[in-house]
Write a protein of this length. Structure first.
Length: 372
């Protein structure tokens, strides 16, 4: 099979982080645009991307891109794609809800229906059958229409890549693993780093830091949709998993220190760390931020409560003041805090050395970076 083109969606603001990750695992022709990074490679890279990419939401194969201003053009464009290279005679191929922006093909349900029909007609012709049973491996089809240009994808990941397999439970406002991993990367966590999170919630920053510092592949504890595809030899999956496990840095000196005012969250963080296989490197205490003592030379990373109602916002502002009284960031004790509050620096009591716009779900936030 010739080289494929892949597309990985990501959180807005993390495109450069993901681009670097893709280059590190061998991606070629890498191009970043808003909210996604595209690149090319072979089947081994497809597997490697699913196992290793920490900030990608999923790994998609770009099946084709073409212009379509009518449903007939959409049908013919989709039907001309060589779906049989991936989808077997009995395989399932659900078409997930897509998107349409500034395009004549505005009806998402109609686009779904036409794409499904076009693929079915192609496969029935190629396999010489009158109907398709769709009882085999699942090949999820995704699509996007932007300014009348249709992009059609096959989803190789299945569940989103933020589902690492270690977080069975979470607190009420968890940060997504992929976003946490991006912040960990921006915080320059290394093999010998100490990381602190004084409001650790379900322990995501602590665990993602441990994964980064010890070179544990983010997807090593889960399975992917494409593992069941007949078009990808099992020996590729086996070889890449073995190489990934062999690359874990067991000699890393990394350790992490977390805390949370809620004892349930403190226990939850430890439980998730055990599931992630990094509990030996993480300690968590049940303590309020005002009594938390960050370790000297540690990188502090945290996601304090935001507050949505007026009272909650005022409580969050009081919390930011406490953080400023407890944390004293400088070049030896850097601090990275994500918050949507525009006046965070005022309440924290110190202007950030740098800010970066990020989105936590649909909430526009800023990463306040203190490192000088």
């Amino acid at each position: 099979m010739d080289k494929l083109t892949f597309c990985c969606p990501c959180h807005f603001g993390l495109e450069s982080v993901l681009k670097f990750e893709i280059g590190k695992i061998g991606g070629e022709n890498i191009a970043a645009t808003d909210g996604k990074v595209c690149f090319s490679g072979d089947l081994s890279l497809l597997v490697r991307a699913n196992l290793w990419l920490r900030t990608a939401e999923r790994v998609l194969i770009v099946m084709d891109q073409f212009r379509a201003e009518s449903f007939e053009e959409l049908f013919q464009g989709v039907k001309s794609i060589c779906w049989e290279e991936f989808i077997g005679k009995s395989d399932a191929f659900p078409v997930k809800s897509g998107s349409s922006i500034n395009s004549k093909l505005a009806s998402i349900p109609d686009c779904q229906s036409i794409i499904k029909k076009a693929i079915a007609e192609r496969l029935k012709d190629k396999y010489g059958v009158s109907w398709l049973e769709e009882t085999g491996a699942v090949h999820t089809v995704r699509f996007a229409v932007f300014k009348d240009v249709v992009s059609v994808y096959l989803d190789t990941s299945g569940d989103g890549l933020h589902k690492r397999g270690y977080r069975r439970r979470s607190n009420q406002a968890p940060i997504k693993e992929t976003l946490a991993a991006g912040i960990v990367d921006l915080a320059r966590v290394r093999a010998d780093s100490i990381v602190c999170d004084p409001m650790c919630g379900s322990g995501t920053f602590l665990i993602e830091s441990a994964y980064k510092a010890t070179s544990i592949p983010s997807g090593i504890r889960r399975r992917f949709a494409a593992e069941k595809w007949g078009s990808i030899p099992q020996d590729i999956w086996k070889a890449e998993r073995e190489a990934a496990l062999a690359g874990i840095n067991k000699s890393s000196k990394f350790r992490a220190h977390g805390a949370d005012i809620d004892p349930v969250c403190a226990d939850l963080s430890l439980d998730n760390a055990k599931r992630a296989g990094v509990a030996s490197r993480i300690r968590v205490e049940n303590v309020d931020i005002s009594r938390f003592k960050p370790e000297k030379g540690a990188i502090t990373i945290c996601n304090p409560p935001y507050g949505e109602r007026l009272l909650e916002i005022r409580q969050a502002e009081e919390l930011y003041k406490k953080m400023g009284q407890t944390l004293h960031p400088d070049k030896d004790d850097p601090c990275y805090i994500i918050s949507p509050h525009e006046d965070f620096e005022k309440f924290f009591g110190k202007k950030a050395d740098k800010q970066r716009n990020l989105y936590n779900g649909m909430i526009k936030c800023r990463l306040f970076m203190y490192y000088k």
